[in-house]
Design a protein around this ligand. Structure first.
Ligand code: CTP
Length: 405
């Protein structure tokens, strides 16, 4: 979310300027206040009316008109960030050399806020040595560059130079720019999804957990700078692009199936972790015997004998150090508060996140959740129904406070 963030968007003369409309819409949707400045040539590509309607603010192009003078110094001071997207080759060159022949450049030169640019140009221009030098100058001035995409270009050629997609620009601002990396150097693991306890080669006892909440938590911890391992039970969820990057970068994924495998993976990870979150729906019971062949139907009733699995959270709680933060979940259908507080105590967790199947939109499979957090000091935080992404942000924020308390 970009709630309350003040964003000064500079739009320059590039065919990608049409994407500025989507960008403004997304920024506003994420809660940002947006003011747009265009270079004179940008208005050949997109109208002031479109951008002023979407940003709900007057769009500025000229340093002054017949009635007033645009206060470029105050604009740069008003903003939390100046974002120039798309940045044309021409404006890039002017920025690199301190030229000031339009309002956008005057604001850039006087801006006290950080400046982020998303270049857009044809591939040959992008790879020209002078462009590389100009980009290097901007980096030396402290500006941040959002890398160009590869793809179809206005020329019809395919190559480097496309402006990053508006959704990715917003993601960059949210996750890399406005998010402080409070967990850099910290290790965390999250368990997610169901476990499958086999009965025979074709059947198992499982549950409806999708793994969405655990995945959202892993992504949020990663966005905060932590080294994250996600221990995932059988789930068909698509992993995010930042999972399993080359050279061991990104969110590491460990796949497990049974409660026993989950136990082994979690205990191994917790030994080297600062933070552990048990978001998985682990089976409490597993068949005593697993048939080697498919169990055949007979006329008699079938009784399956089950034995208890090990309680992973409880075992981690018994062995945790004072510095480690251990978080459990409690999905309940009745006496929610009492059961959740009971689990906090009996499992020696630092925090329990409670959700109730009685709340519409909460629980397994949904994209939303409604939670209450209980921590070991007796504090309690209740939240409205929100996306699992937002829920993950709130949980991780509370974990960070506990960790550094
Ligand atoms: N949990 C665990 N190992 C188990 C069972 C549960 O680590 N064998 C963890 C879950 O990941 C969750 C917490 O314990 O963080 C609570 O799980 P839940 O299923 O709500 O509670 P149980 O302790 O299993 O008790 P009950 O099923 O009776 O509510």
């Amino acid at each position: 979310m970009l709630n309350g963030k003040k964003i000064l968007l500079g739009v320059t003369g590039s065919i990608a300027a049409y994407k500025a409309a989507f960008l403004v819409r997304l920024l506003v949707k994420e809660g940002a206040e947006v003011k747009v400045i265009m270079t004179p040539s940008a208005s050949d590509f997109i109208s002031k009316l479109t951008l002023s309607t979407l940003s709900k603010n007057k769009v500025l192009v000229d340093l002054f008109d017949e009635e007033s003078w645009a206060n470029h110094v105050m604009l740069g001071r008003w903003a939390d960030i100046m974002l120039i997207a798309p940045l044309s080759c021409n404006t890039l060159a002017k920025m690199a050399h301190g030229q000031c022949d339009n309002l956008l450049l005057a604001v850039y030169l006087s801006a006290t806020c950080p400046v982020v640019v998303a270049p857009a140009m044809d591939e040959d221009m992008w790879h020209h040595q002078s462009t590389k030098d100009n980009i290097q100058k901007l980096v030396e001035y402290g500006n941040k560059i959002i890398p160009v995409d590869k793809g179809e270009l206005a020329s019809g050629l395919v190559g480097d130079g496309r402006m990053a997609e508006p959704g990715n620009i917003v993601k960059y601002l949210e996750e890399d720019f406005f998010t402080s990396k409070q967990l850099t150097g910290r290790r965390a693991f999250v368990s997610a999804g169901p476990t499958y306890e086999p009965l025979d080669p074709v059947r198992f006892i499982g549950n409806h957990s999708s793994g969405k909440m655990g995945l959202a938590l892993a992504e949020e911890l990663y966005a905060k700078g932590a080294d994250v391992t996600l221990i995932m039970g059988p789930s068909s969820l698509k992993l995010p692009p930042n999972a399993c990057l080359p050279d061991g970068q990104g969110i590491k994924i460990v796949r497990v199936s049974t409660a026993e495998e989950m136990y082994n993976a979690c205990t191994q990870q917790f030994e080297r972790s600062d933070i552990g979150i048990m978001a998985a729906a682990v089976a409490d019971y597993t068949p005593v015997n697993v048939a080697a062949d498919k169990i055949k139907k007979t006329n008699a009733e079938l009784v399956i004998e089950l034995k208890k699995t090990r309680d992973i959270l409880q075992s981690l709680g018994q062995n945790k150090s004072a510095k480690q933060v251990l978080v459990g979940f409690a999905l309940e259908t009745n006496n929610e508060r009492d059961y959740a507080l009971g689990k906090l105590k009996s499992k020696n967790a630092d925090m329990v996140v409670m959700n109730s199947l009685n709340d519409e939109g909460a629980g397994f499979g949904t994209d939303t959740n409604k939670i209450t957090i209980f921590d070991k000091s007796g504090k309690e935080f209740s939240y409205d129904l929100m996306s699992k992404k937002e829920v993950a942000k709130n949980i991780v924020e509370t974990i960070i406070q506990l960790y550094y308390a």
